[in-house]
Design a protein around this ligand. Structure first.
Ligand code: ADE
Length: 242
């Protein structure tokens, strides 16, 4: 049995995260004990009399900055709760751009915590003090780190054995082997004068597998030629090494 993965989300909006993570496949996996996710309210660690989690930036400028101390205390409490120090990732557009490869890395990590920023940012000193890595979900700016954190949690958790009905579910799919997924069809076999490809109805497993592989390559060339080039380059370099 592999070790249970734990993910801690540090946020000012734990209810927003809980709402998403209680539903559907991830919600079921949590209930069934396949993954251990906990959302932590940073505000609970603001110990001044106004429970302030943000303040104006030194040097002036627009917006507010999240204070160092509540985040620091919140992470200390996460470490106490887990009995060890998880790898802490700060969700920010400055980070390494998230990908299936990074999802796999985090899945191996087993103990991760995600820090969600808000307002105009987070006091740099606490980032220096406790954060291990920055991750971005793409070159655009959102109002906070919650949606990025949820995207990361979803893609990491669906790789955990038992979360999806069979491991093949994610091994087959878009981006797992570097290629995009082949097209899918379900009943009826004819709809709006469009027929399901004959080979899928044939019951001939070898031909069906061949069709799926060929269609994966075709879809990748059509929609993401950049990915196709990448996979080819990686294959060539491992062949040269071998
Ligand atoms: N916070 C705001 N925008 C973000 C992004 N693109 N990725 C990660 N965290 C963010």
């Amino acid at each position: 049995m592999s070790e249970l993965i734990s993910i801690d989300i540090m946020t000012l909006f734990p209810e927003m995260c809980e709402a998403v993570l209680s539903e559907s496949i991830i919600g079921r996996a949590r209930k069934n004990g396949y993954i251990d996710i906990k959302c932590h309210q940073i505000r609970d660690f603001a110990f001044d009399k106004h429970k302030r989690v943000d303040d104006t930036p030194y040097g002036g400028g627009k917006g507010m900055v999240m204070k160092a101390e509540p985040i620091f205390k919140c992470f200390e409490s996460v470490c106490d709760y887990r009995g060890e120090r998880p790898k802490l990732i700060y969700m920010t557009p400055k980070g390494r751009v998230f990908s299936q490869e990074i999802a796999k890395e985090l899945n191996y990590e087993k103990r991760i915590a995600l820090l969600c920023g808000h307002y105009e940012g987070v006091d740099e000193r606490v980032l220096e003090e406790i954060v291990d890595e920055y991750i971005s979900i793409g070159d655009y700016v959102l109002t906070g780190g919650e949606i990025p954190a949820l995207a990361v949690v979803d893609s990491v958790c669906r790789m955990v054995p038992g979360v999806l009905s069979e491991n093949v579910c994610f091994e087959d799919e878009s981006h797992y082997n570097g290629f995009l997924e082949y097209p899918q069809y379900t009943k009826p076999s004819s709809w709006h004068n469009k027929n399901v490809p004959e080979v899928l109805l044939s019951g001939h497993h070898a031909n069906i597998e061949k069709w799926k592989r060929e269609m994966s390559v075709k879809e990748t060339l059509k929609y993401r030629p950049d990915l196709y080039e990448n996979v080819n380059m990686c294959r060539k370099s491992t062949m040269n090494l071998g």
